[in-house]
Design a protein around this ligand. Sequence first.
Ligand SMILES: Cc1cc2nc3c(=O)[nH]c(=O)nc-3n(C[C@H](O)[C@H](O)[C@H](O)COP(=O)(O)OP(=O)(O)OC[C@H]3O[C@@H](n4cnc5c(N)ncnc54)[C@H](O)[C@@H]3O)c2cc1C
Length: 598
Amino acid sequence: MVTTSLPRAASRGGSFLLESCTPEDVFSPADLADDQKLIGRTAEEFVRNEVVPLIADLEQHKPGLLAQLLRKAGEIGLLGGGVPEEYGGAGLDKVSSVQLAENLSAYASFGVSHGGHAGIGTLPIVFFGNEEQKKKYLRLLATGEKLAAYCLSEPQAGSDAQNSRTRAVLSPDGRSWILNGQKMWITNGGFADVYIVFAKVDGEKFSCFIVERGFPGFSSGAEERKMGLKGSSTTAIFFENCRVPKENLLYEAGRGHIVAFNILNAGRFSLGAYCMGGAKRTLETASKYAKERTAFGKPIGDFGLIRAKLAEMAIRIFAVESMIYRSAGLMDRAIAASGDSDKSQQSMKVFEEYSIESSISKVYGSELLDFVVDEAVQIFGGYGFHEDYPVARGYRDSRVNRIFEGTNEINRMLIIQMLIKRATSGALPLLEAGAKLREEVLAGPSFEEQPSGAWAEEERILAGVKKAFLLAAGAALEKYRDRLADQQEIVAALSDIVMECYAIESSLRRVQKAEASRGQEASVVMADAARVFLHDAADRVEAGARRALAAVLEGDMLRTQLAVLRRFLKREPADTIAMRQRVSAAVQAGDRYPFEGR
Ligand SMILES: Cc1cc2nc3c(=O)[nH]c(=O)nc-3n(C[C@H](O)[C@H](O)[C@H](O)COP(=O)(O)OP(=O)(O)OC[C@H]3O[C@@H](n4cnc5c(N)ncnc54)[C@H](O)[C@@H]3O)c2cc1C
């Protein structure tokens, strides 16, 4: 099915670890076109005007309300972003999809329901449906006349999804599949019309089916009592000799894992964007409150420790935003350069190519939002712990993002697994880069030209963190070889370094691009944010690399490698406290994330 190959012009997924790029290579929010911004504004206005006023009713599961709102969103084109125009959708590029996702997230329950329908519920048919299936379902899904859900998880099979117990057999007359089993935790489960269901044909071949509510033997369970996302629908789904027309097999029997993995790549990427949007809205709320609330005779926002929190929220949002838009830009460039007329196939192919970047979006985005909501509760003090204030809901709603779409543990493992797979298949010259680094280390300190200019120190940091990854990963691979996956703590440390490398480079290139187009003076606060992030991230990389090396080496070898690591990451300390104060002042001046669209 996936026959197209990526154009040479597009850099390969994961190649950021080995190659350097210029600021012009990196898409940033400043590059958003007017029509892309319009999509974001339309989504934002829809949620603000149509959804937010109904939050109390939605949280109580007022019957029919959420489905009605999703349909309304469909009427104005907010559901068809992933559906090609020929099937009634908008066929949005990835940058526009990020705009859409981040602006739908002011109420997380709505954002998640949107993702359950327009993302993981609809994309399986876009990517894997045959012509009849696409014609039958996509127009209805794009307009919201039918709503969708994605049914992979089961009571005993979550992370280990292929351990599914749901079974499918062909009926004696050969006209239907008969499904038996149960799914669990299904977003939109209580009201969707179309369900993407994974089941094993004859108990063996993991496969995917399009199942409609109303097929005999289909039923959905009661709403789960959740910690958060109380406005979304999450139910079990039951199949009791459920008859599904034979033609509703999606893709091929025994190839369900291909559908599942590709859809999760797309879902993970979007989840980061939803989280980023949620973090921005939470920062606005926290900044306003810090101005209104007084203690010891002044607004709490005047206290250094509160200012530092607001600044840190903005700085981390900046890093995540820089990564996500960069990834979206890479994907769009790859699609545009492909020349393939089948944009759906090309879209799926780029999600696969940039699956490392998608996992980074998911992990970093969800951990960003958890950090931001936690600090927002702290800024609200006791009121943050009260359900009458919005940050309590935000805190509860955020938590699940680290669990679904592949837990963050699973995604951390995947990042390294995918890198190794690419290295061994020759797609990414990681092993060669490791060998080159070893030569460099043996040759001792070099006197080659060092970076110069305003960002020289940070350029050195960037080069240093990439080398730190190669050093630690090389040592780990040498010791454990194909058993490295069993050393999960080491893998997670390496994975964290990979993520920091992407975050550091994306933040640095973005601010350099901003300085080049708007001038240094206009970008001074962004420069502060980037510098704080870079220096703190370098500390995290150093700690992670030390941890990994100490687990792998010992004695003189360990001491030597730690000395090399120190050399790679040697840096002048930066006054991050003063820089945070300036970032915080920019947040507080407008009670908002200060780098929007820049
Ligand atoms: C609100 C909500 C909505 C959801 N929506 C959907 C949906 O629409 N469709 C759908 O199919 N599913 C959905 N899910 C299910 C979700 O994807 C799963 O909960 C998730 O994949 C984790 O599976 P699990 O709950 O079985 O946890 P488990 O897989 O049992 O994991 C438990 C813990 O063990 C860890 N763990 C498991 N395996 C490993 C390993 N190999 N190495 C290291 N650690 C490991 C996990 O990281 C986790 O910390 C939803 C869940 C929730 C809570």
